[in-house]
Design a protein around this ligand. Structure first.
Ligand code: WTA
Length: 653
């Protein structure tokens, strides 16, 4: 492993000396107000992390109280051992006895402009109906259900219906291709796939059902497909296998008691990219996940009942699981949800929605902020954004310029920004400011939350001195941590617990400054972060090599102003095949078809051969430097063929 982020990027960040105390007007009513309050929490969690998490767990409704907070047999953790609860019960039923009963749970806007408001009572009913529909299709406790839906309220309904009956959901981002969908369905052994006749994106219909038909043709585990009518477009319905959502629920009873589930009952599988070509199914379980997502939702976003909370993530990613659905509903919040693309039909679409729905807490990705920044401040300035009181970011490091623009133009200088660091694997936010208590620095996720023992260490696990770079690790288990990789405990041990003995390795490089603040340097494994989405270089390479004309491929990330990183591919063709612009286009499409449009390379370069070490390893560092446009520096003594490098550089000129 090597650190692929140029030193210069971090030295720019480290020159960032600005410190923003939480705005006084915000602190006045914050849930955790001021440094002393934060330190008290931190100290309590430090004295006894079990007691700290116990008290967070008591905020939820249990059908049986746990016997033991943590059972840790490294690297396998069990939290709230012996306890029983149900997530849907906590996210819905629990709110029905009080004033939240008729409160909006979800306010939704479709891309074409229609809106829907669904109260907690109504959402509860929808979930019960759909849970019974799933049962009718033969779904039992622990069965897997694949969900491939656009951003519509039914995505949350389907997830909650699964958790109500103890089925395990695997949500697959609707931007993934049929092939990627099939691979994930088969790996999880899903019995049912829930999809829609389409979804709206950039003014056009995304043909989800076609992708499902193609995927299911190669997935014999699937018995039924449920289709939500969203666009009314033309689709093929296969008798016997396919069922319309509205027909199933019309016949179903709305009485569906929530199944009491063991704390460690599997809740969901979510596939993410690792350092090999095969995506890994990160497995999360019930109680610990909900305890920590609920706690962080409340305290990181300082949520109260009057907020309208908007997290722009798609349910296909972990942010959509933890901070669109489970966390916010567990704390009884009003969620705003939007179906479509951010610039459709106009570049001010987001700001118009913030204004019309009086959004007060807004959580998005740096790549989106950079896109808006480039479009200019006029678009947000056309709208009254005074309802906003807190802003958040997630998914990648945010550059100070984008941070400042976000603070000044979107937040009007009055909203604290929470830069939240976490991962699919961590389930919940681990490093983040508490908005009323942690002074922020543009570009830093600041400090670990109470109860989280994160550090920056060298290869042996020894903390590096403040100011030096190292590996970002977590020392102690936390409730929402992944439990394993679906069906592959060995890979779980290998990928997370073997790099640095005894510690959870995040795959990220980081540095702490003199105040102990964490500055994330980015991935140091073979994972790219393109527009906040995790992509594996190996996965894209194997897609390229799957093309009949390609002999060999190497994929690297190059810095990109908007995407953060862009995909650059070096391709060697088979004998007799000639490079052409058409072939480049064909290969880009080939990758989009194999994985999804998010993985489509921004750039493809043909080369006769790739630079390799004597042991045959592709020298990615050189390719990265080449893709970035810099001259090749550093150690090339292990290079097998200097001529290859010369040729690659020549092609540049
Ligand atoms: C990166 C998304 C810097 C990091 C929740 C991590 C970040 C990967 C931040 C996880 C942040 C996430 N600052 N980098 N605030 N948040 N990352 O699994 O490299 O899609 O390992 O989870 O995103 O991506 P994932």
């Amino acid at each position: 492993m090597e650190n692929r982020h140029p030193e210069k990027a971090i030295s720019v960040l480290l020159k960032e000396q600005r410190l923003y105390p939480p705005p006084a007007s915000f602190v006045k009513s914050a849930l955790v107000a001021g440094k002393a309050a934060r330190e008290r929490l931190q100290a309590a969690a430090h004295r006894s992390s079990d007691k700290f998490w116990d008290s967070a767990a008591r905020e939820l409704r249990w059908t049986r109280v746990w016997r033991k907070t943590l059972d840790w047999k490294p690297p396998f953790a069990k939290w709230f051992v012996g306890g029983r609860l149900n997530l849907a019960d906590n996210c819905l039923d629990r709110h029905l006895d009080g004033p939240r009963r008729n409160k909006a749970a979800i306010i939704w806007e479709g891309e074409p402009g229609e809106t829907r408001t669904i109260t907690y009572l109504q959402l509860h009913r929808e979930v019960c109906l759909f849970a019974n529909a799933l049962k009718e299709l033969g779904v039992k406790k622990a069965d897997r259900v694949a969900i491939y839906l656009p951003m519509v309220p039914e995505a949350a309904v389907a997830m909650l219906a699964c958790s109500r009956i103890g089925a395990v959901h695997s949500v697959i981002f609707a931007g993934f291709s049929a092939e990627a969908l099939r691979e994930r369905i088969v790996d999880a052994g899903a019995k049912v796939v829930v999809t829609a006749d389409g979804g709206w994106r950039k003014g056009a219909v995304v043909r989800l059902k076609d992708a499902v038909d193609e995927a299911v043709a190669g997935a014999p585990c699937v018995e039924s497909v449920v289709i939500l009518r969203r666009t009314g477009g033309d689709i093929t319905v296969y008798e016997g296998r396919d069922h319309w959502w509205h027909r199933l629920t019309a016949k179903a009873s709305c009485d569906c008691p929530a199944e009491p589930l063991d704390s460690e009952h599997p809740l969901f599988i979510l596939y993410t990219s690792g350092s090999t070509g095969k995506p890994k199914g990160v497995l999360h379980t019930s109680a610990g996940y909900l305890v920590e997502t609920a706690w962080t939702t409340r305290y990181v976003f300082d949520l109260r009942d009057t907020d309208v909370y908007w997290c722009t993530a798609d349910v296909g990613w972990v942010t959509g699981h933890s901070y669109v659905v489970y966390g916010p509903l567990a704390v009884g919040s009003t969620i705003f949800m939007y179906e479509g693309a951010p610039l459709t039909p106009h570049p001010d679409r987001f700001w118009s929605m913030v204004e019309r729905h009086r959004v007060s807490v807004f959580y998005t990705a740096p790549t989106a902020i950079r896109t808006f920044l480039r479009l200019g401040s006029d678009f947000p300035r056309r709208h009254d954004l005074s309802s906003l009181r807190l802003l958040g970011t997630v998914g990648e490091p945010i550059n100070p310029e984008a941070w400042s623009w976000y603070r000044d133009v979107i937040g009007g200088g009055r909203c604290p920004i929470v830069d939240t660091w976490w991962q699919t694997e961590t389930g919940a936010i681990l490093i983040s400011p508490l908005p009323g208590a942690t002074p922020t620095k543009p570009g830093s996720a600041t400090l670990p939350l109470p109860g989280i023992d994160a550090d920056v260490v060298d290869k042996t696990g020894k903390p590096v001195p403040l100011g030096s770079g190292g590996y970002l690790v977590v020392r102690r288990p936390w409730p929402a941590m992944l439990r394993t990789i679906w069906g592959d405990d060995e890979r779980y041990k290998r990928e997370y617990w073997s790099h640095i003995p005894g510690l959870y390795f995040t795959g990220d490089g980081a540095r702490r400054d003199k105040d102990g603040y964490f500055w994330i340097l980015g991935r140091i494994d073979d994972v790219l972060n393109v527009a906040g989405h995790r992509l594996s270089t190996m996965e894209i390479e194997s897609a390229l090599v799957g093309h009949a004309f390609v002999a060999e491929a190497a994929v690297v990330g190059r810095p990109d102003e908007v995407l953060g990183q862009a995909v650059a591919a070096f391709v060697t063709l088979k004998g007799g095949r000639t490079p052409s612009p058409e072939l480049k286009e064909e290969l880009r499409e080939h990758v989009a078809k194999a994985i999804g449009a998010i993985a489509r390379p921004s750039e493809i370069r043909f080369t006769d051969s790739l630079p390799k070490t004597r042991s045959g390893k592709i020298m990615r560092r050189l390719l990265r430097e080449l893709a970035t446009g810099g001259a090749i520096k550093g150690d090339v003594t292990t290079l097998e063929d200097f001529a290859v490098l010369a040729r690659l550089q020549q092609d540049e000129e």
